[in-house]
Design a protein around this ligand. Structure first.
Ligand SMILES: [Zn+2]
Length: 254
């Protein structure tokens, strides 16, 4: 496959030097166990693929967008007791983000989208803080919220469940163990009602919540469901990129 001009890792200075990029997309994932059957880099595979598909849609409509290499480490403070779950603290992420944003701003880029693929990552407060330090419009999308998972899956699940398993079946089928090897992804709930019902919040200690590291049942996953969902997400984000590419950061309100 020839280099795609909207994927930075593949393209070259010859193509880049004469292109006025409008939006950079930074996929941000995590490295952690995903039930018994999915690879540790599941979030990175998913988020990179969605960023590239969305960028392709926008590029083909004339938008100058570029996907940066994926940051592979997420906030996993609740999984430190799970072997080879690699935590990157929020304060470290903020420092990484500051360096990337400063480089882009210094080179004349005006807009950055952080495409987040891991529930433990939350870039909103970092963006609020960065706003005062870097002359760059920064926004973020948690890709699993772009379209309604319930319209595509019987029970999407939030970690290594039907949604993620279906996506990975479509994206990287050779990396999955058969579903017969997967756990049921049964998650224990908080004892305190407010936390259980979701109007109070605290991070979960993963090893106490689930036996197989999954939360969400992968049993009825299929690659077709995964492909259909990814297509819808990529179209949504692609449309967003088209709009964002022509938006003037100084004129963001109608
Ligand atoms: Zn995941």
């Amino acid at each position: 496959m020839p280099p795609r001009p909207y994927v930075l890792a593949e393209t070259n200075w010859k193509a880049v030097k004469d292109t006025s990029f409008e939006v950079a997309i930074l996929p941000w994932g995590a490295t952690e166990p995903h039930n018994y059957h999915l690879p540790y880099a599941t979030d990175n595979y998913e988020t990179r693929a969605l960023a590239e598909r969305a960028a392709e849609i926008a590029w083909n409509k004339g938008s100058k967008v570029v996907v940066l290499p994926t940051v592979p480490f997420g906030v996993n403070t609740g999984q430190l007791d799970l072997k080879l779950a690699i935590n990157m603290n929020p304060s470290t992420q903020a420092a990484v983000l500051y360096d990337i944003a400063s480089a882009l701003a210094g080179q004349g880029l005006r807009k950055l989208l952080i495409l987040n693929g891991h529930g433990g990552n939350d870039f909103r407060q970092m963006i609020r803080e960065l706003q005062t330090r870097v002359d760059l419009f920064i926004c973020t999308i948690n890709w699993w919220t772009c379209v309604k998972g319930a319209d595509y899956f019987d029970e999407p699940g939030d970690h290594a469940g039907e949604m993620e398993t279906s996506i990975m079946m479509s994206l990287e089928p050779d990396l999955l163990l058969p579903l017969s090897e997967a756990g049921a992804g049964k998650a224990r709930k908080f004892r305190v009602a407010g936390l259980r019902d979701g109007w109070a919040w605290a991070p979960r200690q993963w090893s106490k919540v689930t036996a197989d590291t999954g939360t969400g049942n992968p049993a009825v996953s299929t690659p077709e469901k995964g492909e259909k969902f990814m297509k819808a997400v990529a179209e949504r984000i692609g449309g967003f990129l088209v709009e964002l590419a022509v938006a003037d950061p100084k004129q963001m309100y109608e």
